[in-house]
Design a protein around this ligand. Structure first.
Ligand SMILES: [Zn+2]
Length: 164
């Protein structure tokens, strides 16, 4: 892949994640319960992943038993405490505090939100597609993107050579 295409792809990812963050903030994520509240007629308001609970954003991004596996994996890999910052409103609050503290620059915020975004795309696969998104695949995708970001960041700060 050429450098321009690579940059474009990365920019697209970044835009998608930031649009997603904004939609969470203004409560515009089309979960089944949100659509139902807007008067849209649905066959079911149950979670497309587990089918056990009414689907709302808390359930989708954090609470669903199928989603817990993602978070456990992330938390374990990152070496963070399992109990930490895991409702959408916690995430938003944390996002705003970190952005304020770092004047808009924080890798961890972007990385975590990229993860939340992937959890949402996994939900959409369950809701609309026949494709089964596996925890393993999602986590590997996240790792690959985050490694790219880390390498890019290291290059920018000249921690490693840019020739290799
Ligand atoms: Zn569920």
């Amino acid at each position: 892949m050429g450098e321009v295409e690579e940059l474009e792809r990365r920019l697209q990812d970044w835009v998608l994640v930031n649009v997603f963050v904004w939609r969470v903030k203004v409560d515009r994520i089309p979960t089944r319960s949100a659509l139902n509240e807007r008067g849209i007629d649905l066959d079911t308001v149950l979670c497309p992943r587990c089918g056990d609970c009414v689907e709302d954003l808390d359930h989708d991004l954090v609470g669903c038993r199928k989603v817990k596996k993602f978070w456990e994996r992330l938390v374990k890999w990152w070496g963070k405490d399992v109990g930490y910052a895991v409702t959408p409103s916690d995430l938003i609050q944390e996002h705003e505090e970190i952005l304020k503290a770092t004047k808009g620059i924080s890798w961890w915020v972007e990385e975590k939100w990229y993860f939340v975004y992937l959890v949402w795309t996994h939900r959409n696969k369950a809701a609309f597609g026949n494709e089964k998104g596996r925890v393993q695949d999602l986590f590997i995708k996240w790792q690959m993107v985050v490694f790219e970001w880390l390498i890019e960041g290291a290059k920018r700060w000249q921690l490693i050579g840019s020739s290799g």
